[in-house]
Design a protein around this ligand. Structure first.
Ligand code: FES
Length: 118
């Protein structure tokens, strides 16, 4: 699991995203990983918040069809490029050209716990 560079910056950007992240949805947050800016997919499923790099394991494209706009079909996140479908909680590709591969999870210390409502 990847670790962000600066957790305080993560808290600020993710706090804004989480405030507007309904159950069963996905949104985008940006932060630095390894000294480089990175786009994240942030999901909330069954009250639990998860974050993944916004990089599809099929061909390395972003999953969103426009910045921060994700396709969700029957509870699965769908890559806008070639239609791979991902479990929004685990990041596992369950259908499409990269079936069995996974999105890269990013640790959100403190933020994930806050997003669970527990
Ligand atoms: S880049 Fe996502 S399915 Fe091809």
């Amino acid at each position: 699991m990847l670790q962000p560079d600066d957790k305080s910056d993560v808290s600020v950007s993710l706090s804004a995203v989480l405030a507007q992240l309904p159950e069963g949805s996905a949104s985008e947050a940006e932060l630095a990983i390894g000294g480089e800016p990175a786009s994240l997919i942030v999901t909330r499923v069954a009250g639990r918040v998860q974050a993944f790099r916004n990089i599809c394991p099929h061909a390395g494209r972003r999953l969103d069809w426009a910045p921060g706009e994700f396709l969700i079909d029957q509870g699965q996140l769908v890559c806008a490029a070639h239609g791979a479908s991902f479990d929004m909680a685990s990041g596992l590709c369950v259908a499409g050209p990269c079936k069995g591969a996974s999105l890269t999870a990013v640790a959100l210390p403190g933020i994930a716990a806050a997003g669970t409502g527990s």
